[in-house]
Design a protein around this ligand. Structure first.
Ligand code: SF4
Ligand code: SF4
Length: 318
């Protein structure tokens, strides 16, 4: 018998109210072809499972130290002995040498404190359905459902298509949170199973899009047009990033583009940049790229909202 398709997932979050209408369960897939410097889910970017390290959970090598022996690459060493404010005692935790680590996960298997853990696990479609279907009464009561997100879910096309189809077969409202950066032939196949696209528009200038994010925007804009022409619904999301896309000119152009999509656009969400994801970079042994950036002020967000509303568009902040 053929093995069932699996997808690499890094989180399944119940009771989500930020990812489409009502109460939802959001399934986060790993892997993304874009590299947004403000990404607050850096664990979503790579397709493979990755080792994460949360120092505050470590009980120290005096009490434990199991990971030191478990690592076949010799990538884990005792750290400095320092006073921990959190634990109110002197202790020595560990240091992961990311140049030696190949994310094999052996250390996470022995770390009972879950200071070391793997991000990204293979799921079959039926495993995901078993998990999400449990909350169906909440979806039905609140007008919610399931949101497939990432990373970029369309970058795991076979699994995502099978999952979207299975959600629909189980009578669930389905949202697909996407960057829109995929071949139209693939996006087209999602149309029968997706009730709402949560669709990111990051910058209207393709050159700036390419320079900052790593890919141009033509395909993204074209796919949005085609979804609208095919009768799909789009909730457009604009992450408002200081000094990148927060000018009146860019937001106005984005609004003008949304107008061309007609009533396919159910809402434009302005999402203010935040830096809450910075600690996630540290867990992966990376540095956040926008350490200096400050979230836009409420005043700024309201000015942009009023600009779009003045064009007759439905807008929310957050
Ligand atoms: S994931 Fe594997 S290679 Fe990396 S530190 Fe843990 S045991 Fe070592
Ligand atoms: S196994 Fe976990 S708790 Fe034990 S020393 Fe290593 S990181 Fe710390």
């Amino acid at each position: 018998m053929k093995n069932p398709i699996t997808g690499k997932i890094y989180d399944i979050q119940g009771f989500s109210v930020q990812d489409g209408p009502g109460i939802r369960t959001t399934v986060f897939l790993k892997g993304c072809p874009l590299r947004c410097p403000w990404c607050h889910s850096p664990e979503s970017q790579q397709f493979k499972s990755q080792l994460c390290w949360m120092e505050m959970r470590c009980v120290g090598v005096d009490l434990c130290g199991l990971c030191l022996e478990a690592c076949p690459k010799g990538a884990i060493h005792p750290g400095e002995r320092v006073y921990s404010e959190l634990k109110k005692k002197e202790m020595q935790s560990v240091v992961v040498d990311r140049d030696l680590c190949d994310d094999c996960g052996e250390c996470a298997k022995v770390c009972y404190a879950e200071a070391l853990y793997m991000c990204g696990k293979d799921y079959t479609v039926s495993e995901v359905i078993d998990r999400v279907i449990k909350d169906k009464p909440f979806y039905d009561k609140s007008g919610g459902g399931v949101t497939i997100s990432g990373g970029e879910a369309l970058a795991q096309p076979e699994f995502t298509l099978a999952l979207l189809k299975a959600c629909k077969e189980n009578g669930l409202h389905v949202a697909l949170d996407t960057t829109g950066f995929a071949k139209w032939e693939l996006v087209k196949q999602t149309l029968p199973y997706v009730d709402l696209y949560l669709y990111d528009l990051k910058h209207m200038d393709s050159q700036k899009h390419q320079t900052v994010i790593g890919v141009p925007n033509e395909r993204i804009l074209e796919n949005a047009k085609r979804i609208a022409e095919a009768g799909g619904k789009l909730q457009v999301r604009i992450p408002v990033i200081p000094q990148f896309n927060d000018s009146r000119e860019n937001i106005k152009k984005t609004g003008e583009f949304c107008k061309t999509l007609g009533d396919a656009v159910t809402l434009i969400q302005l999402l203010p940049y935040h830096n809450l994801g910075n600690m996630k970079y540290e867990r992966l042994g990376r540095k956040a790229l926008l350490l200096e950036a400050k979230p836009p002020s409420d005043r700024k967000m309201n000015v942009l909202k009023e600009l779009l509303e003045g064009m007759g568009l439905p807008v929310s902040i957050h």
